[in-house]
Ligand binder design. Structure first.
Ligand code: 48N
Length: 299
């Protein structure tokens, strides 16, 4: 099919009207011509090329909340050669870090995690033992923009991990070898439709940062139990900021070969306390998960 001819005289830099000149708003503001099919094809080509190319990834990160995004940033910075695929079930990434606690938007981050804010260029007010970012979305949007600017990171949102790929190695040891995905609206409607076949993404390392909340929270931890790879969940304990934050960071680890847990998913897996609306542990745990992944890949 012949490519759609463009109105050439509107597509050159010198001829296209300056978008910001006031007179362009006096009824003659014009765009370069477009055909609907061009828009669809521009999106389809890129989206499905991404799915094809990332069917085999080096690292899959499940969940684009504060832990998953911090991990993606750190890992992509340490290893620009790795194909890192970030999967987020919601349409909007960010998880609990968009709004902060109780829908109150200022975000508290305990020292020393404030160093990461300086790394990514987010201003804050210093309160001594902790700092406060004026709006949680300032942190999340800045971090998200840095992550998406990394050439080796691809994020697929509205895409749910609905199972783990689990292989048995030559020693008979079970290891996670990737994830099973579907569009989230499909994954949430399995009970209303006959089995909708999923997509797979294989990767030697999966980092699960699916949090403790929401319709799919602690997904991988729960799947380890239902797949018989873990006897039972630890179940998140009551709120204790002082105990919760170091516990989450210090317990960030590879829980079974090929699967690293980070962030609040660990509270459900191990039975750690919750910390409420303070986010330093999410940052530090995400960064630690990146180092754990780096160690696995480098070994
Ligand atoms: O923000 P969350 O839920 O998880 P973390 O661990 O990044 O950050 C946790 C933090 O927000 C808190 O809970 C704070 C500190 N409060 C603690 C407390 O005591 O209350 O992000 C997880 C992301 C979300 O965006 C989910 O949509 C997504 O993971 N997700 C998934 N994405 C793909 N496939 C799935 N199966 C899936 N499940 C969750």
């Amino acid at each position: 099919m012949a490519p759609i001819a463009l109105d050439k005289n509107l597509c050159t830099e010198e001829s296209s009207p300056k978008y910001d000149l006031v007179e362009n708003y006096e009824g003659n503001y014009r765009f370069a011509p477009i055909e609907e099919a061009q828009v669809s094809r521009a999106m389809i080509k890129r989206y499905f090329n991404t799915m094809y190319e990332r069917a085999v990834s080096d690292v899959v990160i499940v969940g684009a909340g504060s832990a998953g995004l911090s991990c993606a940033y750190q890992l992509a910075t340490m290893h620009p050669e790795l194909k890192i695929t970030l999967l987020e079930a919601s349409v909007a990434p960010g998880g609990g870090a968009w709004l902060g606690g109780q829908l109150m938007s200022p975000m508290v981050i305990r020292k020393p995690a404030d160093g990461f804010l300086r790394e990514i260029g987010v201003d804050y007010e210093d309160e001594g033992a902790f700092v406060v970012v004026k709006h949680a979305a300032l942190f999340t949007s800045t971090l998200l923009s840095k992550v998406l600017a990394k050439p080796n990171v691809v994020m697929m949102n509205a895409t749910a991990v609905e199972d783990l790929i689990i292989h048995e190695d030559f020693r008979g040891e079970q290891r996670v070898a990737g994830v099973v995905t579907n569009w989230t609206l499909v994954a949430l409607n399995h009970d209303t439709q006959s089995c909708m076949d999923p997509n797979t993404i294989t990767a030697p390392v999966v980092i699960s940062a699916t949090g403790h909340d929401g319709p799919m929270g602690a997904f991988s931890a729960k799947r380890l139990v239902s797949a018989g790879l873990k006897k039972e969940l630890g179940n998140m304990r009551g709120l204790d900021m002082s105990r919760a934050e170091p516990a989450i960071v210090n317990s960030t680890r590879e829980v079974i070969p090929g699967l690293i847990l980070t962030g609040m998913e660990l509270s459900e897996h191990d039975g750690c306390n919750r910390m409420g609306p303070t986010f330093g542990a999410m940052i530090a745990s995400g960064i630690k998960a990146a180092h754990v992944a780096s160690g696995i890949i480098g070994s």
